[in-house]
Design a protein around this ligand. Sequence first.
Ligand code: ZN
Length: 313
Amino acid sequence: MLYANLAHRVGEHNKKKKEVPILGCRDLKGWQQVGRVLEVDQTPIGKTPRSCPATYVGFWDAIRRLFAEVSEARMRGYTASRFSFNTKGGRCEGCEGQGIKRIEMSFLPDVKITCEVCGGFRFSPETLAVRFKSKSIGDILAMSVDEAVEFFSAHTSIHHALRLLQEVGLGYLTLGQQSPTLSGGEAQRIKLVTELAKVRGDNTDAGGRPGRTGTQRHTLYVLDEPTVGLHMADVEKLIRVLHRLVDAGNTVVVIEHNLDVIADADWIIDLGPEGGDAGGRIVAQGAPTAVIKDRNRSHTTRVLAEFLAERSV
Ligand SMILES: [Zn+2]
């Protein structure tokens, strides 16, 4: 509801600036300060199964340009587009750049096999002959994020995005890992990294805090139960990313029952007193340490008080 109301009012969603009735509440205040609203969910990254971390986060173009600058590529007249697995030209046409082929079997699920033409490297032999620091473009796609962080250490923008993926615990993914093989939690963290990659650490404001680049506006992120299906360790990583988005000057609204997330919030809005029809009213709000002062106020304050007491032991 919050997302729908804001989306109708804010930024790119409302080019026509037309009046849209507010849903489910009487008024919406302060939305003028929000430049953009984005829901970050666990649906697959990108519009096609061809999407992968490298293309989605956006550093793949920079890698393709590096390959096009290699003298071997220049001699052959290859441009950056030659190193795309999405378009014809340099990719393997045996598998259309996918590296795998799907075989339909009657009465059985499809079977995926490695492409016999390129051996899973996704490009034509001529394209693969171009080497950057002795790796082919196919080798790069098969590289894990952890390996790539080392490999691209001298290339600031690529390195920055890769480091972010590593920091949110996705160092084990390969750069070319295809969207359908990613879990919902992985997809969600890749989306958050894509947002974080837009924040430039070197762009600090007068107070020394990380600021936004000129084109970036205050974004309000909405996440609906992001910890569903995540392991404990991954919840911690998720919380760290959310903090970084806030540190960069954005707002993060999380709808959540997970106490680790609730305890880490700057501000809690507790809706109750019960679920569903018996709820919907604000029963408590404030910083975690403040709302638990009256621990019998709601179900949340009670369990949160216990949780914080246990955690401080
Ligand atoms: Zn192939």
